[in-house]
Design a binder for this molecule. Structure first.
Ligand SMILES: [Fe+2]
Length: 397
């Protein structure tokens, strides 16, 4: 009796839902509705006939199922779509299982499985990139504002910094480089209380432009050593596990020829990287952080890259060795998220279930007048979940 009353109420509710869904033309929600129906109907009918004509989910049971049948019919004929029902012979037990599977499977293609699968956040990250701090102008006070907001408003557990921490030391002399690192240290030491892990950006490398910087290459802190010291890094690339995730920090910038660089891991680093990915415990999700994006939509659109009639993306803007990295990710299946900066633009893409996020820039237009392209100065909040999924939001400050 209770079942029948509940069934009637459920049927009426479901019919209203179907009507709304059809009106709005939302296929995803319609699938959610019909999946919920399949689940409720199979549960309600667990005690009914053992074999039935399965014009799912609709067999008998007088008033209890009428609404469900009407709902399915109205859905099947909704809008431009008509889905022909299958005729199946199912046992009671298999019907219950089928209903549950149908519910889960039909939600999954629309990403709605998260509605019914509870997620557990294990880490909140504040992702900063391309700070480009310098003693002049608003850089120090604005960076301080940014860090305070990340920690006090967003309450992050960890800060990831993907490089270009200082304005430039690639072509700067020793005194200018020292001033910039002093500014970085002054702000970070007085503002940052959360742990901060960094990667090296191209502008953090001292003196690779020897003529511009006046260096010889024999200075004790030449190249990446100064940045390693200031950022407190154990090595240019490293890995660290935290709360069930593996974080891998890459050193994107390789010398190309003369004074130029490109985004590439040399063979030693790539072998190390491959080994770390392949030996990650099964089921442990991986986050990769790099200064230069491995893949980025923005790399196509920053500049007139199609002016020749073909798309041409400079190797200094996006990893030229992206192909072998995506092969590695595909084989592994555990690399869920790659965070980067460098472009000063905000984008997000997904290739073979690895997600790539380029997080704008704290400095925006290098501390000039606000936005770079369409992207305002900002930072990202990245939530990591125990199931390997993540959430990403870009914030101004
Ligand atoms: Fe930058």
């Amino acid at each position: 009796m209770r079942g029948r009353t509940a069934g009637n109420r459920s049927a009426a509710l479901s019919q209203s839902l179907a009507s709304w869904v059809c009106t709005k033309g939302s296929i995803a929600l319609a699938w959610a509705a019909i999946s919920a129906l399949a689940l409720s109907w199979t549960a309600a009918n667990a005690a009914s006939t053992a074999t039935m004509d399965a014009r799912l989910p609709l067999k008998p049971g007088p008033s209890r199922d009428t609404g469900h049948k009407d709902l399915l019919d109205s859905f099947l004929t909704c809008g431009k779509f008509r889905i022909e029902p299958m005729r199946l012979k199912l046992s009671r037990r298999s019907l219950v299982k089928t209903g549950a599977a149908l519910g889960a499977a039909s939600l999954a293609p629309f990403g709605l499985s998260q509605i019914i699968v509870p997620k557990r956040r294990v880490l909140r990250i504040g992702h900063i990139t391309d700070v480009h701090i310098q003693p002049q102008g608003v850089a120090r006070s604005r960076f301080r504002d940014c860090l305070r907001k990340i920690q006090e408003v967003n309450q992050v557990d960890l800060i990831l910094n993907t490089g270009d921490s200082i304005m430039d030391s690639y072509s700067a002399n020793e005194a200018r480089t020292r001033d910039q690192w002093n500014s970085w240290r002054e702000v970070v030491s007085t503002t940052v209380t959360a742990p901060m892990w960094s990667a090296i950006g191209n502008h953090d490398i001292w003196g690779w432009d020897k003529s511009g910087s006046g260096t010889t290459g024999n200075e004790p802190l030449w190249g990446k050593k100064w940045a390693l010291q200031e950022l407190g890094l154990p090595a240019p690339y490293y890995t660290q596990d935290i709360n069930g995730w593996r974080v891998i920090a890459l050193d994107s910038t390789s010398i190309r020829q003369g004074t130029s660089y490109h985004g590439r891991l040399d063979d030693a680093q790539f072998n190390w990287f491959s080994q770390v990915v392949r030996t990650t415990p099964p089921g442990m999700p991986i986050l990769v952080m790099s200064h230069i994006p491995i893949l980025a939509v923005s790399a196509f659109l920053d500049g007139n890259n199609e002016s020749s009639g073909d798309w041409r993306v400079p190797a200094a803007w996006m990893h030229i060795d992206a192909r072998r990295m995506k092969d590695l990710f595909h084989q592994s299946g555990q690399v869920k998220l790659c965070l980067s900066g460098h472009m000063h633009l905000r984008d997000q893409s997904d290739y073979n279930r690895t997600h790539y996020v380029c997080s704008g820039a704290v400095s925006g237009n290098w501390w000039g007048n606000g936005s770079y392209g369409e992207t305002p100065p900002g930072y990202s909040v990245v939530d990591l979940y125990a199931d390997g999924s993540y959430g990403w939001e870009y914030h101004t400050y």
